[in-house]
Design a protein around this ligand. Structure first.
Ligand code: ADP
Length: 307
């Protein structure tokens, strides 16, 4: 049975409901993707690779992973750090504002837990997914070790999957992100970038241009997301432009790309064609954006996916 690992950070999410009340949940790009993949393809083993703290919210986070049927064997517990957190506020103009407390989070230490034994375990997977967010947060002195471990996985035949998910506030210098992303694209088998992320870093303005950029690397599958406009894919010599049905009732676009990534990869691991996988990924993303927050309610999500 297919198996995929998602490496990164899940955060405690606080959402302001009114001046005196906050709702608390959990979110983070790789976690969001893992959740939507598992919800759509329950037979696939979907595992989180992260470090949490020993605080009560970290405990709750672990319980949440389990309640979403994610495998937690490689969720490591740091003895003194805590889970990262972020707050979503809506200002008077209706714009969302994000404040993060993640500089000292347990997840930044995840590479320390990736022993040779753990890498052997990761090497049994079909796919390993990582994004530009874990690349930004893992400690600089761990980077070389991280790349060496990824090279071992690649040599073992695990397909490496990368989404740049560029967040400018996580990088002290744009050049640093460009250098790390270059390594990631070089090593990866599948890339799932969004056009917007590439615009800021490389001045790329369209999905076709983004595909052209990715072609300089030895990628087996290139999947470029461009919001409601299109998804453009290239595999071998087959370049396809897929139509997306625009959603009119957009409530919150948080995690649209994450939902797309998870469901796309689940579909590919289940033997679906690229075109079928794009349609399923887009359906999941189109559903998620009609709900507030990163994780749509299970019942509503399942109902929409079955229609
Ligand atoms: P990201 O969230 O990574 O910035 P995009 O904005 O490109 O990525 O969105 C990811 C996917 O979400 C798109 O490929 C598309 O399938 C879906 N999507 C985004 N916005 C819309 C929309 N307004 N209507 C329908 N689908 C959308």
């Amino acid at each position: 049975m297919a198996k995929i690992y998602f490496l990164g950070e899940c955060l405690v999410e606080l959402r302001e409901l009114d001046d005196a009340t906050m709702a608390q949940s959990f979110a983070g790009d790789v976690y969001n993707s893992a959740v939507y993949l598992k919800r759509c393809f329950p037979k696939i083993t979907v595992s989180m690779v992260t470090a949490i703290g020993s605080d009560r919210l970290s405990e709750k986070m672990l319980t949440r992973f389990k309640s979403e049927n994610l495998d937690t064997q490689l969720v490591f517990r740091h003895p003194s750090k805590v889970a990262g957190m972020y707050l979503i506020e809506t200002d008077d103009a209706g714009e969302r504002r994000f404040t993060y407390w993640r500089n000292d989070s347990a997840a930044r230490k995840v590479v320390e837990f990736l022993s040779d034994g753990v890498v052997d375990q990761l090497a049994t997977a079909d796919m390993f997914f990582f994004s530009g967010i874990p690349l930004a947060i893992i400690e600089k002195h761990s980077r070389n070790a991280f790349w060496q471990k990824l090279e071992s996985l690649k040599q073992a035949g695990v397909k490496l999957v990368f989404d740049p998910n560029y967040r400018s506030q996580l990088w002290a210098h744009k050049e640093d992100a460009i250098e790390q992303f270059d390594r990631a694209f070089h090593l990866s088998d599948i890339a799932l970038p969004g056009v917007e992320d590439l615009t800021v870093l490389y001045g790329i303005e369209s999905a076709q241009e983004a595909v052209g950029f990715c072609q300089q690397y030895d990628l087996e599958e290139i999947v470029v997301k461009d919001g409601p406009k299109s998804v453009v894919t290239l595999a071998g010599t087959e370049r396809l432009s897929h139509q997306i049905s625009p959603v009119t009732n957009v409530i919150d676009t948080t995690s649209a790309g994450d939902a797309f990534n998870g469901v796309y990869l689940g579909a590919r691991l289940s033997g679906r064609t690229i075109a079928e996988a794009v349609q399923l990924g887009a359906k999941a993303a189109g559903t998620v954006i009609q709900h507030p927050g990163a994780i749509a309610p299970l019942a509503a999500f399942k109902q929409a996916m079955s229609e």
